[in-house]
Ligand binder design. Structure first.
Ligand code: FAD
Length: 429
């Protein structure tokens, strides 16, 4: 098969193309931009993982040039985007960061471009603006959707039934639809089988949509169709929160896997057996690692997520490429912004160690996921992680969930807010 560069990029942009070439990336020549002079790390993705990896590599070793490649000129945080959907935040400004201070303070080179291919053999990243050579590559591209498992859910359907699982225009669309819905309407939400980005995220979203309905459209209903048999994270806490606050508004249905949508009729189909219609429908599709990681042949046998060395986060598929954040298989660590931040720091330290022929250091990671139940109450789950026999495991008795009687819920809402401020400041300065 011969393939010119244009067709190749088009091919890898499609899911089927990516599957066809997964494991065998090949690159046509393009102009090198920013010719490499000394040691260089390229970081793909300026979100929760990528910003921190770029920053800490520079903090650990200023002799390494770091190029951060991100398609957008800003980043909108998914954490707290549910509060915007719930009408608690008036806009997305508190969730939006720019890169100017990060770049200036740490001498990071920012390339705003789409990464279209990776050539692990030649150690090159192909972008919409040209090629970049690297000594080591850190990938933190987040997630994309397994649309082939959700019949009818294409780009046009997303405009009618938003997923809002990548924060930005989709989040705004879902809130606008809720605002436009009549009082007495039905909102339907679907949740995919785990693993997906942010285990408690869908349940926090349900709480926030129910909160919005209770305040503004109290005759309305929310139905959650969860492909999982039961609530996958903080189950007892969410169920108590729903019973205490939203019993007359919210209906949870477990083991209801949505496999098809009819966007024009705002309907979803459960495994061809049952149709559920809504006035507003929020479809959260099944997920995999960001498309560029799939196209680069970084995913494992499951074809979805990228296996890595538990200490260095180096890919087990391609040498000198590290994968962090949602895209990686990080053992017991959940796919969260907090985890991506911890992973990025350990990865940065070990990238610098490897580039300086020093010993690597094992992860001691933390994760806390806060979820709002109402505007003033939040619950959390926390754990500490370590490497045991080559795998990331939760340290026994290291964490736990909030008190079952919600006695800490008001305080935890305050902690959650300061967590967000801290982490976004760390990512942007
Ligand atoms: C509704 C919701 C609520 C959440 N709440 C929380 C929470 O309270 N706490 C928590 O810890 N986590 C939460 N999360 C999870 C958190 O958002 C993710 O785990 C986190 O963003 C993962 O970081 P990442 O670096 O892997 O991906 P991201 O943060 O998504 O960053 C990926 C970046 O890569 C860029 N990119 C991708 N492909 C390319 C390409 N080919 N070329 C150029 N750029 C590219 C994207 O534009 C993006 O900026 C929530 C998620 C959702 C959806």
């Amino acid at each position: 098969m011969t393939l010119d560069r244009r067709s190749f990029i088009k091919l890898i942009g499609s899911a089927s193309g990516a599957a066809a070439i997964a494991g065998a990336p090949m690159i046509a020549a393009a102009a090198e931009i920013m010719p490499k002079k000394g040691k260089r790390v390229v970081v793909v993705g300026g979100g929760y993982g990528g910003t921190i990896a770029a920053k800490y590599i520079r903090m650990f070793d200023k002799s390494i040039e770091v190029v951060l490649v991100e398609r957008n000129d800003h980043f909108v945080s998914c954490p707290f985007s549910n509060l915007y959907i719930g009408g608690i935040l008036k806009d997305l400004k508190p969730l939006t960061i720019k890169y100017d201070k990060l770049v200036k303070n740490h001498g990071i080179k920012l390339l705003q471009a789409e990464v279209t291919a990776i050539d692990p053999a030649a150690k090159k990243v192909v972008t919409s603006k040209g090629e970049l050579s690297y000594d080591r590559l850190v990938m933190s591209p987040g997630i994309d959707f397994r649309l082939e498992e959700m019949k009818g859910y294409d780009a046009a359907a997303m405009e009618l039934m938003p997923h809002a699982w990548k924060a930005g225009p989709q989040t705004v669309l879902l809130r606008k639809q809720l605002e436009a819905m009549k009082d007495g309407g039905t909102v339907v939400m679907s949740v995919p089988l785990a693993p997906y980005r942010c285990p408690p995220g869908p349940y926090e979203r349900a709480s926030m949509i129910a909160f919005y309905l209770k305040q503004h459209k109290p005759k309305s209903k929310l139905i959650m169709l969860d492909a999982n048999p039961d609530v996958t994270s903080k189950g007892g806490l969410f169920k108590k929160g729903w019973k205490d606050n939203y019993a007359d508004i919210f209906e949870y249905r477990g083991a209801k896997k949505v496999t098809e949508v009819d966007a024009k009729n705002r309907a979803v189909m459960i495994e061809g057996l049952e149709e559920v219609k809504g006035d507003v429908v929020n479809v959260i599709p099944p997920q995999r690692a960001g498309q560029i990681a799939v196209a680069a042949g970084l995913v494992g046998d499951d074809k979805n997520w990228c296996p890595v060395n538990a200490t260095t986060f180096e890919s087990t598929k391609h040498k000198d490429i590290h994968v962090i954040g949602d895209a990686s298989v990080a053992g017991a660590m959940p796919k969260s912004g907090y985890s991506a931040n911890s992973e990025a720091k350990v990865c940065a330290m070990n990238v610098v160690a490897l580039m300086n022929d020093r010993e690597t250091t094992e992860l001691s990671g933390i994760n806390t996921c806060y979820s709002y139940i109402t505007d003033k109450e939040a619950v959390s789950v926390a754990a500490v992680y370590a490497v045991k026999e080559g795998k990331i495991v939760a340290v026994p008795n290291s964490g736990g969930v909030s008190p079952a009687d919600f006695s800490a819920a008001k305080l935890e809402a305050i902690y959650a807010e300061s967590w967000l401020k801290n982490i976004l400041t760390e990512m942007s300065t």
